[in-house]
Design a protein around this ligand. Sequence first.
Ligand SMILES: [Zn+2]
Ligand SMILES: [Zn+2]
Length: 242
Amino acid sequence: MAKEPVSGELVVLFNHYAEKPGLGTDWGFSAVVRLGDETILFDTGKEGDILLDNMRKLGVFPREIDAVFISHIHYDHIGGLEDFLRENSNVRVFVPASFPRQVVEKIEATGAECVRIAAPMEIFPGVWSTGEMGGAIMEQAMVINADSGVVVITGCAHPGIVSIVERAHAIFPSRPIYLVIGGFHLLATPLTDISRIVERFEQLGVKKVSPTHCSGDQARNLFRKRYGGNYISGGVGTVIKF
Ligand SMILES: [Zn+2]
Ligand SMILES: [Zn+2]
Protein backbone atom coordinates (compact mmCIF):
# COMPACT_ATOMS: atom_id res chain seq x y z
CA MET A 1 0.00 0.00 0.00
CA ALA A 2 1.22 3.47 -0.88
CA LYS A 3 2.35 5.27 2.24
CA GLU A 4 2.08 8.79 0.89
CA PRO A 5 -1.40 10.30 0.48
CA VAL A 6 -2.29 11.51 -2.99
CA SER A 7 -3.87 14.81 -4.00
CA GLY A 8 -6.29 15.55 -6.76
CA GLU A 9 -9.83 16.52 -7.62
CA LEU A 10 -13.19 15.05 -8.39
CA VAL A 11 -15.68 16.42 -10.95
CA VAL A 12 -19.30 15.22 -11.00
CA LEU A 13 -20.25 14.32 -14.60
CA PHE A 14 -23.66 12.71 -14.29
CA ASN A 15 -26.56 13.29 -11.93
CA HIS A 16 -30.25 14.23 -12.08
CA TYR A 17 -29.49 17.89 -11.31
CA ALA A 18 -26.71 20.26 -12.28
CA GLU A 19 -24.88 23.06 -10.48
CA LYS A 20 -24.85 25.31 -13.54
CA PRO A 21 -26.98 25.72 -16.66
CA GLY A 22 -26.14 24.01 -19.94
CA LEU A 23 -25.19 20.62 -18.53
CA GLY A 24 -27.16 17.44 -19.26
CA THR A 25 -29.04 15.70 -16.46
CA ASP A 26 -30.68 12.31 -16.05
CA TRP A 27 -30.98 9.59 -13.41
CA GLY A 28 -27.62 8.05 -12.54
CA PHE A 29 -24.19 8.95 -11.26
CA SER A 30 -20.69 9.44 -12.63
CA ALA A 31 -17.63 11.40 -11.59
CA VAL A 32 -14.06 11.70 -12.77
CA VAL A 33 -11.21 11.45 -10.28
CA ARG A 34 -8.01 13.20 -11.35
CA LEU A 35 -4.88 12.29 -9.42
CA GLY A 36 -1.30 13.21 -10.25
CA ASP A 37 -0.61 10.20 -12.46
CA GLU A 38 -3.99 8.59 -12.89
CA THR A 39 -7.40 9.70 -14.09
CA ILE A 40 -10.26 7.40 -13.16
CA LEU A 41 -13.86 7.49 -14.33
CA PHE A 42 -16.19 6.39 -11.51
CA ASP A 43 -19.39 4.93 -13.02
CA THR A 44 -20.85 6.18 -16.28
CA GLY A 45 -24.43 7.33 -15.60
CA LYS A 46 -27.40 6.08 -17.58
CA GLU A 47 -26.76 7.58 -21.03
CA GLY A 48 -23.49 7.74 -22.93
CA ASP A 49 -24.42 10.78 -24.99
CA ILE A 50 -25.19 12.85 -21.87
CA LEU A 51 -22.00 11.62 -20.17
CA LEU A 52 -19.77 12.43 -23.16
CA ASP A 53 -21.45 15.79 -23.72
CA ASN A 54 -20.99 16.77 -20.05
CA MET A 55 -17.35 15.63 -20.24
CA ARG A 56 -16.77 17.94 -23.21
CA LYS A 57 -18.47 20.87 -21.50
CA LEU A 58 -16.50 20.33 -18.28
CA GLY A 59 -13.15 19.93 -20.05
CA VAL A 60 -12.72 16.21 -19.34
CA PHE A 61 -11.27 14.32 -22.30
CA PRO A 62 -12.16 10.65 -22.78
CA ARG A 63 -8.53 10.01 -23.75
CA GLU A 64 -7.21 11.31 -20.43
CA ILE A 65 -9.02 8.46 -18.63
CA ASP A 66 -6.75 5.58 -17.60
CA ALA A 67 -9.31 3.41 -15.85
CA VAL A 68 -13.04 3.02 -15.32
CA PHE A 69 -14.38 1.93 -11.93
CA ILE A 70 -17.89 0.46 -12.06
CA SER A 71 -19.60 0.33 -8.66
CA HIS A 72 -22.39 -2.08 -9.60
CA ILE A 73 -24.36 -3.42 -12.51
CA HIS A 74 -27.41 -1.12 -12.39
CA TYR A 75 -28.11 0.68 -15.64
CA ASP A 76 -27.88 4.15 -14.12
CA HIS A 77 -24.20 3.41 -13.37
CA ILE A 78 -23.07 1.27 -16.31
CA GLY A 79 -25.37 2.69 -19.03
CA GLY A 80 -22.78 5.05 -20.50
CA LEU A 81 -19.91 2.54 -20.51
CA GLU A 82 -20.34 1.25 -24.05
CA ASP A 83 -20.34 4.76 -25.54
CA PHE A 84 -17.37 5.76 -23.41
CA LEU A 85 -15.35 2.71 -24.51
CA ARG A 86 -16.06 3.65 -28.12
CA GLU A 87 -14.18 6.92 -27.43
CA ASN A 88 -11.39 5.29 -25.43
CA SER A 89 -10.97 1.55 -24.92
CA ASN A 90 -7.33 1.86 -23.88
CA VAL A 91 -8.39 1.56 -20.24
CA ARG A 92 -8.66 -0.91 -17.40
CA VAL A 93 -12.25 -1.45 -16.23
CA PHE A 94 -12.63 -2.50 -12.59
CA VAL A 95 -15.89 -4.36 -11.95
CA PRO A 96 -17.29 -6.35 -9.01
CA ALA A 97 -16.19 -9.99 -9.29
CA SER A 98 -19.79 -11.23 -9.54
CA PHE A 99 -20.40 -9.43 -12.86
CA PRO A 100 -21.94 -11.81 -15.44
CA ARG A 101 -19.48 -13.27 -17.90
CA GLN A 102 -21.36 -11.81 -20.89
CA VAL A 103 -20.84 -8.28 -19.53
CA VAL A 104 -17.13 -8.90 -18.92
CA GLU A 105 -16.76 -10.35 -22.44
CA LYS A 106 -18.54 -7.35 -23.93
CA ILE A 107 -16.09 -5.02 -22.17
CA GLU A 108 -13.10 -7.11 -23.30
CA ALA A 109 -14.38 -7.20 -26.89
CA THR A 110 -13.71 -3.45 -27.09
CA GLY A 111 -10.03 -4.05 -26.32
CA ALA A 112 -10.28 -2.81 -22.74
CA GLU A 113 -8.85 -4.88 -19.91
CA CYS A 114 -11.49 -5.98 -17.41
CA VAL A 115 -10.39 -6.51 -13.80
CA ARG A 116 -12.82 -8.28 -11.45
CA ILE A 117 -12.57 -7.26 -7.82
CA ALA A 118 -13.63 -9.49 -4.94
CA ALA A 119 -11.64 -8.48 -1.83
CA PRO A 120 -10.49 -4.98 -0.83
CA MET A 121 -7.62 -4.08 -3.14
CA GLU A 122 -5.33 -1.18 -4.00
CA ILE A 123 -5.95 -0.45 -7.68
CA PHE A 124 -3.56 2.51 -8.00
CA PRO A 125 -1.17 3.99 -5.44
CA GLY A 126 -3.42 5.40 -2.71
CA VAL A 127 -6.65 4.31 -4.46
CA TRP A 128 -8.58 1.30 -3.16
CA SER A 129 -11.71 -0.64 -3.88
CA THR A 130 -13.68 -1.64 -0.78
CA GLY A 131 -14.03 -4.99 -2.52
CA GLU A 132 -17.36 -6.45 -3.46
CA MET A 133 -19.87 -5.89 -0.67
CA GLY A 134 -23.55 -6.65 -0.12
CA GLY A 135 -25.90 -9.50 -0.88
CA ALA A 136 -28.61 -9.24 -3.49
CA ILE A 137 -26.83 -6.40 -5.28
CA MET A 138 -23.05 -6.62 -5.10
CA GLU A 139 -21.27 -3.29 -5.11
CA GLN A 140 -17.81 -1.82 -4.63
CA ALA A 141 -16.94 1.73 -3.55
CA MET A 142 -13.76 3.73 -4.16
CA VAL A 143 -11.56 4.82 -1.27
CA ILE A 144 -8.76 7.34 -1.78
CA ASN A 145 -6.01 8.08 0.73
CA ALA A 146 -5.93 11.81 -0.02
CA ASP A 147 -3.90 14.63 1.50
CA SER A 148 -7.03 16.09 3.10
CA GLY A 149 -8.08 12.70 4.47
CA VAL A 150 -9.87 9.64 3.15
CA VAL A 151 -12.28 10.22 0.25
CA VAL A 152 -15.11 7.68 -0.23
CA ILE A 153 -17.11 7.56 -3.48
CA THR A 154 -20.22 5.40 -3.68
CA GLY A 155 -22.53 4.43 -6.52
CA CYS A 156 -25.87 3.56 -4.87
CA ALA A 157 -24.55 2.18 -1.54
CA HIS A 158 -26.83 -0.87 -1.75
CA PRO A 159 -24.65 -2.68 0.87
CA GLY A 160 -25.43 0.21 3.27
CA ILE A 161 -23.67 3.55 3.37
CA VAL A 162 -22.50 3.02 6.97
CA SER A 163 -20.98 -0.41 6.13
CA ILE A 164 -19.13 1.19 3.22
CA VAL A 165 -17.74 4.05 5.31
CA GLU A 166 -16.76 1.59 8.06
CA ARG A 167 -14.93 -0.52 5.45
CA ALA A 168 -13.09 2.60 4.24
CA HIS A 169 -12.15 3.38 7.83
CA ALA A 170 -10.87 -0.21 8.27
CA ILE A 171 -8.63 0.21 5.19
CA PHE A 172 -7.13 3.47 6.54
CA PRO A 173 -7.73 3.25 10.32
CA SER A 174 -5.30 6.03 11.27
CA ARG A 175 -6.52 8.61 8.75
CA PRO A 176 -9.48 11.00 9.14
CA ILE A 177 -12.36 10.70 6.68
CA TYR A 178 -12.50 13.87 4.62
CA LEU A 179 -15.41 13.29 2.27
CA VAL A 180 -18.17 10.80 1.46
CA ILE A 181 -19.90 11.46 -1.88
CA GLY A 182 -22.35 9.54 -4.05
CA GLY A 183 -25.62 7.69 -3.73
CA PHE A 184 -26.44 6.83 -0.10
CA HIS A 185 -29.60 4.87 -1.05
CA LEU A 186 -31.85 6.34 1.63
CA LEU A 187 -34.85 7.20 -0.58
CA ALA A 188 -37.21 4.94 1.39
CA THR A 189 -35.46 5.00 4.76
CA PRO A 190 -37.42 6.33 7.77
CA LEU A 191 -36.19 9.63 9.19
CA THR A 192 -35.22 8.08 12.56
CA ASP A 193 -32.89 5.65 10.77
CA ILE A 194 -31.42 8.46 8.66
CA SER A 195 -30.83 10.40 11.85
CA ARG A 196 -28.87 7.44 13.28
CA ILE A 197 -26.80 7.27 10.08
CA VAL A 198 -25.91 10.97 10.37
CA GLU A 199 -24.84 10.35 13.98
CA ARG A 200 -22.64 7.44 12.91
CA PHE A 201 -21.03 9.69 10.27
CA GLU A 202 -20.26 12.20 13.02
CA GLN A 203 -18.83 9.45 15.27
CA LEU A 204 -16.61 8.28 12.42
CA GLY A 205 -15.42 11.88 12.04
CA VAL A 206 -16.60 12.32 8.44
CA LYS A 207 -15.75 15.95 7.66
CA LYS A 208 -17.66 16.69 4.45
CA VAL A 209 -20.65 14.95 2.90
CA SER A 210 -22.31 14.98 -0.48
CA PRO A 211 -25.32 12.66 -0.31
CA THR A 212 -26.66 12.71 -3.86
CA HIS A 213 -28.24 10.52 -6.58
CA CYS A 214 -30.46 8.00 -4.72
CA SER A 215 -29.91 9.54 -1.26
CA GLY A 216 -33.40 11.08 -1.19
CA ASP A 217 -34.53 14.56 -0.16
CA GLN A 218 -35.09 13.61 3.48
CA ALA A 219 -31.52 12.43 3.90
CA ARG A 220 -30.13 15.33 1.90
CA ASN A 221 -32.01 17.84 4.06
CA LEU A 222 -30.93 16.25 7.32
CA PHE A 223 -27.26 16.02 6.27
CA ARG A 224 -27.43 19.63 5.05
CA LYS A 225 -28.83 20.76 8.40
CA ARG A 226 -26.23 18.89 10.44
CA TYR A 227 -23.20 19.51 8.22
CA GLY A 228 -23.86 23.15 7.29
CA GLY A 229 -20.91 24.49 5.29
CA ASN A 230 -19.47 20.98 4.99
CA TYR A 231 -22.49 19.77 3.01
CA ILE A 232 -21.93 19.69 -0.76
CA SER A 233 -24.90 19.54 -3.15
CA GLY A 234 -23.05 17.35 -5.68
CA GLY A 235 -24.87 18.09 -8.95
CA VAL A 236 -23.23 17.85 -12.37
CA GLY A 237 -20.33 20.29 -12.53
CA THR A 238 -19.38 20.02 -8.83
CA VAL A 239 -15.60 20.18 -8.41
CA ILE A 240 -14.04 19.01 -5.13
CA LYS A 241 -10.29 19.23 -4.50
CA PHE A 242 -8.63 16.94 -1.99
ZN1 LIG B 1 -28.16 4.31 -8.80
ZN1 LIG C 1 -28.17 0.79 -7.88
